[in-house]
Design a protein around this ligand. Structure first.
Ligand code: NCD
Length: 337
């Protein structure tokens, strides 16, 4: 895949080779993310970071990734504070903002809105989540994390068993991750959710057509040989009312006791975050915080590497990063992470 100037809108754009290319660049970003070195390769470049839906880590990690490459970030958050609230079309917003920026990252509550925006943009657009549809950068960082965690235990993505749990209907991260995993060989999927929140048919058919084994259930038991358990949040914002979401909150919890009873000892625990830690939900209990298999914060750290790689690739500087390297002159204990 030729990344220079490309939009990143859907995981359907990738094959195994292009994923490997992104991961190879992401690996090379580690010294900069750890503040062992700086690079100014994007000195003078501007990221338009447009988040029309709540976000903390995705928005900040896009911005941090761009800053770590030496670029500057201009940000808009919330629909109500933007001209979209005055009835402006996505096309017009894109035409205008793309002349202020070199690349745009965007999150929007409507499925397909980021692709629509990209049609009016003169610079690459990266999808930071569009409604319940897709979240390609999260899927890439999840897959990057899965590869690394499995390699640590001597396993590969091919032949692995992943258990996805919670709101599989509205959770865009599991939609994009499943589509990416469909590119690998003989992956076993255990999909645990209330019947009303099952994985959409559009994703199921991708998995089935690729020949993967799928087990759909509303029981936590039966995943004792899973390599990965990927927990999700009930996506309250996609329900017609908070009361409707209340029916499902707290149905599938993961805590130390459930983990020990239902999963093998080194099952990797993942969650795209934020985890809903309110008592009525508590989908991923704090009592797992010291468990070395809890990969949630490693996922978030990897998000910066993946987004750095995507910026370097779409702006065509992936091979110049080292040429613009300089020393870090402030104290940083991240050097020894
Ligand atoms: C996810 C999202 O926004 O889809 N969060 C994230 O980007 N890490 C998951 C969620 O909000 O539950």
């Amino acid at each position: 895949m030729n990344f220079t100037g490309a939009n990143i809108l859907s995981v359907d754009q990738f094959n195994r080779d292009s994923i490997d290319d992104i991961f190879e660049v992401a690996d090379r970003m580690l010294p900069y993310a750890r503040r062992q070195k700086r690079t100014r390769v994007l000195d003078g470049a501007i990221l338009g970071n447009l988040f029309f839906e709540p976000s903390t880590r995705t928005r900040v990690s896009f911005g941090t990734a761009f800053n770590l490459l030496g670029g500057e970030v201009r940000e808009t958050t919330g629909m109500e504070s933007s001209a979209l609230a005055k009835g402006e079309s996505l096309y017009d917003t894109a035409r205008v903002l793309s002349s202020y920026s070199d690349v745009i990252a965007m999150r929007h509550p409507k499925s397909g809105a980021v692709a629509e925006f990209a049609e009016g943009s003169r610079v690459p657009v990266i999808n930071g989540g569009d409604g319940a549809n897709e979240h390609p950068t999260q899927a890439l960082l999840d897959l990057y994390t899965i590869k690394k965690e499995l390699a640590y235990h001597g396993h590969t993505v091919d032949g692995m068993h992943i258990c996805m749990m919670g709101d599989l209907k509205f959770g865009r991260t599991v939609h994009s991750l499943s589509r990416l995993l469909a590119l690998y060989d003989n992956v076993r999927f255990t999909l645990i959710s209330p019947r009303e929140l099952m994985m959409p048919d559009s994703v199921m058919s991708v998995l089935t057509n690729a020949g993967h084994e799928i087990n759909v259930t509303d029981q936590v038991s039966g995943s004792s040989d899973a390599d990965i358990v990927y927990q999700t949040r009930i996506q309250q914002e996609r329900f017609t009312s908070p009361q409707e979401a209340d029916q499902y909150r707290g149905k599938f919890r993961l805590n130390s006791e459930i983990y020990t009873k239902h999963y093998k000892p080194n099952t990797v625990i993942m969650h795209p975050l934020p985890r809903d830690s309110r008592a009525e939900a508590n989908e991923l209990d704090n009592d797992l915080n010291q468990n070395p298999n809890l990969a949630i914060f490693r996922q978030a750290d990897n998000g910066v590497l993946i987004r750095m790689a995507l910026f370097a690739l779409t702006l065509g500087v992936a091979d110049q990063v080292q040429d613009y390297e300089c020393e870090v002159n402030w104290f940083s204990d991240k050097r020894n992470v």
